[in-house]
Design a protein around this ligand. Sequence first.
Ligand code: SF4
Ligand code: SF4
Length: 117
Amino acid sequence: MDATPVALLLSAFFLLLLLKLLPVLRGERRIKMVVLEELCNGCGNCVVACPVNALRGGVGGGKGESGEGMVMRIGEGVAVEVDMNRCERVRNPDAEKPCRACIDACPMDAINFTCQP
Ligand code: SF4
Ligand code: SF4
């Protein structure tokens, strides 16, 4: 087998690996929202309470179209992520008082945020 394709494949592999590891090497933390589906009753309180979603308007009950710019919506009876890159907690992980509007609005304690190095 020609060595060139193998070298290209290896280069691509290491490039992808480097891109994956770069945030970790730079000390960035990944914040992830976890909705405990077994607890979530699909009420939509979190969707409506989210200040980012509120800016979009028309999120009533969280069951409308996801549209652009939403953090989460209700899908198939539970809260699901649309674009966590818009979440204030994700965008500003070192905030003195991180946003917790969705957590506070949830009657089922179904929302958690995890932080991974
Ligand atoms: S932490 Fe704030 S911005 Fe992020 S999903 Fe919850 S309510 Fe929205
Ligand atoms: S507020 Fe809680 S129970 Fe209601 S949809 Fe959101 S995660 Fe589910």
